[in-house]
Design a binder for this molecule. Sequence first.
Ligand SMILES: Nc1nc2c(c(=O)[nH]1)N[C@H]1C(S)=C(S)[C@@H](COP(=O)(O)OP(=O)(O)OC[C@H]3O[C@@H](n4cnc5c(=O)[nH]c(N)nc54)[C@H](O)[C@@H]3O)O[C@H]1N2
Ligand SMILES: Nc1nc2c(c(=O)[nH]1)N[C@H]1C(S)=C(S)[C@@H](COP(=O)(O)OP(=O)(O)OC[C@H]3O[C@@H](n4cnc5c(=O)[nH]c(N)nc54)[C@H](O)[C@@H]3O)O[C@H]1N2
Ligand code: SF4
Ligand SMILES: [Mo]
Length: 734
Amino acid sequence: MDGAPTVPAGLAGRDGLHRSFCRVCSNFCPMQVEVVGGRIVNATGDATNPVYRGYSCVKGRSHADMYDHPDRLTRPMRRRPDGSYVPVPLDQALDEIAERLAAIAERDGPRSVAMYTGTMYAYDHSANRALGTAFMRALGSPMTFSPGAIDQPGKLIARGLHGEWMAPGYGADDPDVALLVGNNPFVSHQGRSGNPGDLFKDLDRRGAPLLVVDPRRTEVAKRATIHLQPMPGHDPALLAAVLRVVLAEGLGDPAFVADHVTGVDALRAAVAPFDPTGVADRAGVDPDDLVTLARTYGRSRRGFATGGTGPSMAGSSTLVEYLLLCLQTLCGHWKRAGERIGNPGTLIPSPVRRAQACPPVPAYGLGEPVRVRGLAASLAGMPTAALPDEILLQGPGRVRALLSLGGSPVNAWPDQLKAIAALEDLELFVQADIHMSPSARLAHYVIPTTLFYEMPGTTMMLDMRPYYANGWGHVEAYAQYSPAIVAPPPGAEVVEQWALLFQLARRMGRQLVLDVDGGAPVALDGERPPSDRELLEIVHRGSRVPVQEVMGVDGAALYPPDPPVRVQPAEPGWSGRLDVGNPDVVADLRSLAARPASADPAYPLRLIVRRMPHVFNSATPAMPANRPPFNPAYVNPEDLAAAGLAPGDEVVVRSRRGAIRAVVRADETVRPGLVSMSHGFGDVPERDGDVRAIGSCTGRLIANDEVFERYSGQPRMSNVPVRLEPVPAASATG
Ligand SMILES: Nc1nc2c(c(=O)[nH]1)N[C@H]1C(S)=C(S)[C@@H](COP(=O)(O)OP(=O)(O)OC[C@H]3O[C@@H](n4cnc5c(=O)[nH]c(N)nc54)[C@H](O)[C@@H]3O)O[C@H]1N2
Ligand SMILES: Nc1nc2c(c(=O)[nH]1)N[C@H]1C(S)=C(S)[C@@H](COP(=O)(O)OP(=O)(O)OC[C@H]3O[C@@H](n4cnc5c(=O)[nH]c(N)nc54)[C@H](O)[C@@H]3O)O[C@H]1N2
Ligand code: SF4
Ligand SMILES: [Mo]
């Protein structure tokens, strides 16, 4: 890339270096994208960026290979009765889909049409979220599902049950301590935005302890002051024991608690059975380390405690996230009147933040329930794990049509065999994708979508990160706009995902009305799609910094508020309190304390989740060639030897629900007794023999209706009892 001229913004397709940002994950790294002959040849981190300082990862760099990849889907596809696919013109595909959607909704009611918006719907265009909501509202269907309810649903639900401090937490802003429970931002970038190393450098500089709880000695755990390496699934008990120490020793911030918190006695009683020695013993950690961790956190003045997917997926996301909030609240880790808010948001509105508590709100059981397991929507959305049952269960309102945008149900939904059965049972399954993914290959129609460097974008989503969890997002106000920098390949008939919904609504004669954070809803013209600029102006309406200003800057910039934004004092007479003694959570703790330790001798190992550095959830054709195209089963060398296996051997991983093939790797960072594997790989069972080329789907090992949390319906997806078996001789693919 050395020597290529920098191209001013707005000259799409011009040869040279364009400034843009990656949207493969929500870290939105600023990139320099090299264009030759109108096509993308390379993308690397933008070294001129003051915050990321050139940081990017292998996923973002290899994404550049997708634009002209031979496996990129560039024509809409329709399935023929024999299961093969033929290209159809986009207008024809949209006409046919709209007609069938309208007919199904007319016959079975609007609820029979469902939508699933995956991660690649959430990130690629700032207008997608508003369009999706508007589309389903126009149809009159409440059946919108997302990964939110199979990820860390407890984050939003627990905030509802606990109440919210109406100013930010201390987060990554000069912390005295950081507690990361099952979260590995060096690989996942889930946490502070920017270069993931910066948080740890800041902690080192301040001499602040890093506390990590993870059954694997992860990249983050290796830097920890204290690393508890428990067996999985013990987080609720471990956190209850931590809270018991904090309460018993009068640590934390009793003055804050006296002023702003209710439910302390109920919490004290609920955590009483969790004595640190017994809890540590059952979890397999040193009791002194557990107590030291509790005291270290409890004595800190500023800091944050955050959970990742591991503990959420181990079966009680809401309980874990609630206990993490209780810990922060007992320690008063929320900003007070007069303190500066470095990042009040840039491309979102910035309401006044006050040092006061918004009391709990209804958080689950919201709206009309689905027809299975007593589940309903929660603050994390509809219960995604129940969607396959909703499709399969006969009766009025049964889901018959599914629009799946930027997600991969076959790879991502727990209980893969049930998910596949459900997808095959649909009358209409439309998949918006960039290649013939495993989900696309079950769809009636596959609609190819535009890739992000082919469309304009903003980093609005970065502004929302700090409100999702403490310690997440940028510490100072930051934003970037990127115009489209190349056109789609010549002859391609691709569509932006928001525009796909616009075009369907137009054909169905439905009026789209967009919710706007900063003002009144906006009705779109039913015939004429908004221009890029109009659309961005609508979805950013009322933002602290006008989107036009950010659009005028070539590249990313900091947008420090002037004068600085500070937390305002509480309103006079305000009486809201945070609740640390929610009765549902207290009942969960009571039954946890009463539950005997469970062991299943037939399935002596536990499968745990992890992320791989070179893949974002589902494998795509743009994966780097020098990395494995499969997801290895990482096991401790001791367990490998005990099973008579060598690294690279193929095995069967079996749970009570199902079995997959996997290639084993020795990994001494994994605690003995565990199998650590990422999801997103593999395909339907017929392709199991291709494990070395495509990996395997861990979702097949999960039952969606046995162990699940009542709030979101999220099943146990980590800490799943499994065993390793030899591959039957006849089918080994060696
Ligand atoms: N490279 C890459 N980045 C990604 C993704 C990806 O696929 N690849 N996926 C993205 C998505 S969708 C998400 S939601 C985020 C997730 O972000 P993170 O939650 O940070 O994901 P992981 O890096 O897998 O970290 C989870 C950790 O939980 C541990 N763990 C497993 N079970 C338990 C348990 O029972 N208790 C405890 N305490 N720990 C446990 C695992 O060992 C693992 O280290 O990452 C995002 N970023
Ligand atoms: N067993 C198990 N299951 C899990 C998890 C786990 O840890 N273990 N993690 C859960 C979590 S945290 C999440 S967030 C979900 C993720 O669930 P999903 O969002 O459903 O899964 P992804 O793999 O992110 O889906 C990406 C899909 O979008 C396509 N795609 C890639 N790029 C683009 C693009 O630019 N545009 C469009 N339109 N499509 C694109 C890919 O080909 C793929 O089909 O999975 C969940 N499922
Ligand atoms: S961390 Fe990697 S995938 Fe995520 S935005 Fe940055 S370059 Fe893209
Ligand atoms: Mo996720």
